[in-house]
Design a binder for this molecule. Structure first.
Ligand SMILES: [Mn+2]
Length: 427
């Protein structure tokens, strides 16, 4: 199903008066502080976040999975769902595919379908954390780290196939996340496992086209509970440096030990030009994959504060990190959840854009932590939503995306089209 421009503008019309009042109030407040509201609105409208193909169905846990109904059954339907998100927000203009879940049967038709929704192909994700039907060697004891070189080669070849698939679609990057690790002390040799991974990554890197990037995603634990071969940003960063200029670290917000200072990790990676990509989500305990900004919005703002500063001031940083959501939700409508995540990302971005960097630098120079906190919290406590709304009005998107999603009864229509018991590929 498609959402028409008329449906969007008619909803916007009913909200326009109150939106204009809010925006005028905020504009005046910002101009008093010499903040260029128009520039922030332009930056917000331009900011696009890739939607992962695996987040469009209801997520499961190891205890169960409850379908939401009307879930996309094919890659075509996944593109249509992202088309809905993009029409409502003009902020979801890319998809991140997962192979083998999303192998296109007809590449040309898939590209046309994506183009009709204004969707580009962001990073390709390989999968060596599951065994596929008919697969010769098992990944039960690892993939790129495996003690058996035939298994390692199979995992390397899979990644090279994923690159080939992405080349046909117009993607420019490969994300490698490994479940490789161990559950028990002594199960594997840390050094052998790490060097095997490095050797395997070198083989994949050789197959990477010159204009491609490789993102190495780390994760502290799960599915292995004693050790992960790439547990942290330091290991990922070291591997990326060993591989070369096309390799980068990817930060997933849920892949750290509790209380890790992720904003500092972001800053360090940017300082050395190795922040390649970002997986947004939120968590209370571990890799919970909850809606972005639902648990720790201040942390999200502080991360964006580092991103905005790094993108503007740090010449060594990779100028265009890949922004992606990596979430999974089992009680919300996945599309509503993604709309909330997109909103939270843009709110944090807008707040970081209006933070007074000069006053902050001055407070830091004067060793004045109270003033530094004043500057940061002044930005964080500003209600920037009118700026997001205006960015959407200017892009012909909905002022209130979830309101319109509900008003148009989109989920009910998807269930009617696809059925109640459909289950999308994913975890
Ligand atoms: Mn991730």
């Amino acid at each position: 199903m498609n959402i028409s421009k008329d449906q969007i503008s008619s909803q916007n019309k009913s909200l326009l008066k109150s939106h204009k009042d809010d925006l005028d109030f905020l504009r005046e407040k910002l101009s008093g502080k010499k903040i260029d509201a128009e520039k922030i609105i332009t930056d917000l409208a331009a900011f696009q976040v890739a939607i992962p193909s695996w987040a469009l169905g209801a997520g499961g846990t190891r205890f169960g999975r409850f379908s939401i109904g009307g879930e996309p059954r094919t890659l075509e339907e996944k593109l249509d769902d992202i088309g809905i998100l993009h029409a409502l927000t003009r902020s979801a203009g890319a998809i991140s595919l997962h192979i083998p879940w999303d192998i296109p049967k007809d590449t040309k038709a898939i590209k046309e379908r994506a183009a009709s929704h204004g969707i580009a192909f962001d990073a390709m994700n390989s999968n060596t954390f599951q065994d596929q039907a008919g697969q010769q060697h098992s990944y039960k004891f690892g993939s790129l780290c495996h003690t058996d070189n035939k298994t390692r080669k199979q995992a390397v070849d899979h990644n090279i196939e994923v690159i080939g698939c992405g080349k046909k679609l117009g993607s420019k990057s490969l994300t490698v996340w490994l479940a490789d690790g161990s559950n028990f002390p002594g199960q594997n040799n840390f050094r052998v496992a790490l060097l095997n991974v490095l050797d395997s990554l070198k083989e994949i890197y050789k197959a990477l086209p010159t204009d491609w990037k490789m993102f190495i995603e780390y994760k502290c634990y799960e599915p292995n509970f004693y050790s992960s071969v790439i547990p942290d940003w330091g290991t990922s960063f070291t591997l990326a440096n060993e591989l070369g200029p096309k390799a980068f670290t990817l930060v997933d917000l849920g892949h750290h030990l509790p209380n890790a200072n992720i904003e500092q990790v972001v800053s360090t990676l940017m300082t050395f030009g190795k922040l390649g990509g970002f997986h947004f989500n939120d968590s209370k305990y571990g890799d919970d994959d909850l809606t972005v900004g639902s648990i720790k919005p201040y942390q999200l703002f502080l991360i964006f504060q580092e991103l905005v500063w790094g993108l503007k001031n740090n010449a060594r940083n990779n100028p265009s990190p890949a922004w992606m959501i990596d979430a999974s939700h089992n009680v919300k409508d996945p599309l509503e959840d993604l709309l909330q995540s997109l909103e939270a990302i843009k709110i944090a971005y807008a707040q970081a854009l209006l933070a007074d960097q000069e006053r902050l630098a001055e407070a830091q120079q004067n060793n004045d932590p109270a003033m530094a906190q004043e500057v940061l919290q002044e930005a964080f406590r500003t209600d920037v939503r009118p700026l997001l709304h205006e960015a959407r009005v200017k892009s012909s998107a909905a002022i209130d995306p979830i309101g319109l999603f509900r008003k148009l009864e989109i989920r009910r229509q998807l269930i009617k089209e696809r059925g109640q018991k459909t289950v999308a590929t994913g975890l």
